[in-house]
Write a protein that binds this ligand. Structure first.
Ligand code: HEM
Ligand code: HEM
Length: 176
């Protein structure tokens, strides 16, 4: 692992541990928000792995010396399909979070839109779907798809931070 992968790895590890701590502080009715916190931890883990495998693919494409990948990843095909699998997992988790958020809020208040967490959540869902769509368009003929994919994913990092922060704030209302 290079420098940046290590930095991303450590930051995400801290985020994951924080979510576990948050989780352990949630009393019982909060099972729904517990699932939210776990799914978020897993989403961040998926994002971390996508960033690492994405950087690997980028390096393999742009530099000559990428032989370090081949021994333990089964070559570029392995990295690519790992990236794809993690991508699908992340999309599923974020859609699950959207469903939990809407069902939980409707169940509790009977209406939506109680904080900026709603807009944060919708923006994250939109970004994740745009990322997945642009990924399916990546090819030699469509030169816009790869920069779009990478750009959207960088913005997504900020989106994840925002939705986590606002989620953590609204979950306080449910704590006794
Ligand atoms: C939403 C789910 C995602 C899917 C389905 C997905 C899928 C893909 C696919 C199919 C490619 C093209 C691989 C190739 O050139 O053969 C790709 C490239 C890439 N992805 Fe993703 N990806 C996702 C999320 C992410 C995330 C969250 C990141 C970063 C945090 C990321 C970073 C990258 C990078 C940097 C590349 C470019 C590799 C290169 O330049 O060769 N991806 N992705
Ligand atoms: C990608 C991640 C997430 C998405 C897309 C998402 C989406 C949503 C949406 C759309 C709502 C309805 C908000 C409203 O109508 O006011 C909601 C509510 C809620 N979400 Fe999330 N959420 C995410 C992450 C989280 C996290 C990490 C937590 C923390 C455990 C969380 C806790 C909550 C709570 C407690 C509510 C109820 C809001 C309230 O009482 O005002 N969410 N979520």
């Amino acid at each position: 692992m290079g420098h940046w992968e290590l930095v991303i790895f450590l930051v995400s590890l801290v985020a994951l541990i924080s979510f576990t701590i948050i989780l352990m502080n949630l009393p019982s009715f909060l099972w729904l928000w517990k699932i939210a916190a776990w799914s978020m931890g897993l989403s961040l883990l998926a994002y971390l792995m996508l960033a690492i495998t994405g950087v690997w693919m980028f390096r393999a494409r742009t530099s000559q010396q990428f032989s370090f990948i081949t021994p333990f990843m089964g070559g570029n095909k392995g990295v690519r399909s790992l990236h794809y699998t993690m991508g699908i997992s992340m999309v599923s988790l974020v859609l699950l979070l959207l469903a939990i958020g809407i069902v939980g809020t409707l169940g509790h208040f009977g209406s939506l839109g109680h904080s900026s967490h709603l807009i944060a959540g919708l923006i994250v869902v939109a970004l994740v779907l745009l990322s997945a769509f642009s990924a399916t368009q990546i090819s030699a003929r469509r030169s816009w798809a790869r920069p779009l994919h990478i750009g959207v994913n960088i913005i997504l990092f900020v989106g994840f931070a925002w939705v986590s922060l606002t989620g953590w704030i609204v979950v306080q209302k449910y704590l006794p």
